[in-house]
Design a protein around this ligand. Structure first.
Ligand code: CDP
Length: 206
């Protein structure tokens, strides 16, 4: 079984996917963490993030591995755990530039498709592009203000700056962020975390 949970920036995908995966007793895969790792490696190597060849060279020089733990994914480069460096504002600002590079998308998708099911796959295009035959698909939304208020608990910037950055990222990501036609769309604004997880578990069981 594959469950896809896509959605716009800060719509709650990671926490929801972790909760759904734990309830089902299966792992989840965070595709966004791999895009973030590609961004970090590109920045660390001094690459121009628009330069696909330079970013791909950094990825091939320093292979990374996604550890799909249900309680929270981790990204490893050899024995170095990169995870805690992947949610900085610098990575937030660069990641949408890296995510449009076709070679980077292929690099992420290859890693995801090598994982044997069952799992929950979380991102932007899991239900449309990477796992189009998944039997259960969900798409999370919420207003920019609600999303910024949630993310303000995890970032040092104020809520207005976070909201502006989220709106910019929504625009840059819109091509790969469309919901699958067969996805259940859930507005997470009025729901708490348990409410969203419960709605998805009900949908999976239906
Ligand atoms: O948690 P948040 O929605 O802020 O971000 P994320 O899921 O970690 O994704 C970070 C970025 O990776 C997004 O803004 C997209 O640019 C890119 N991404 C993508 O293009 N396709 C995916 N399947 C997942 C992420």
């Amino acid at each position: 079984m594959i469950v896809t949970i896509d959605g716009i920036a800060a719509s709650g995908k990671s926490s929801v996917s972790s909760g759904v995966a734990r309830a089902l007793g299966i792992p989840y895969l965070s595709s966004g963490l791999l895009y973030r790792a590609a961004t970090l490696l590109g920045l660390d190597s001094g690459a121009d993030l628009n330069d696909e060849a330079a970013v791909l060279a950094a990825l091939h020089a320093h292979p990374v591995r996604l550890e799909p733990l249900a309680e929270g994914n981790r990204v490893w480069q050899g024995t170095r755990d990169l995870t805690d460096d992947l949610h900085s504002s610098t990575v937030d600002h660069g990641v949408s530039v890296v995510a449009v590079l076709p070679g980077v998308r292929a690099w992420v998708n290859d890693q995801l498709r090598q994982v044997p099911p069952p799992f929950v796959a979380e991102g932007r295009d899991m239900g449309t592009n990477v796992f189009p035959h998944a039997p259960a698909k969900f798409y999370l939304t919420a207003s920019p203000r609600v999303r910024a208020q949630r993310r303000a608990k995890e970032r040092p910037e104020d809520v207005d700056a976070i909201e502006a950055a989220l709106i910019r990222r929504d625009e840059l990501d819109h091509v790969q962020s469309a919901p699958a036609v067969d996805a259940h769309v859930i507005d997470t604004g009025p729901l708490d975390l348990e409410g969203v997880i419960g709605a998805i578990l009900t949908g999976v069981a239906a």
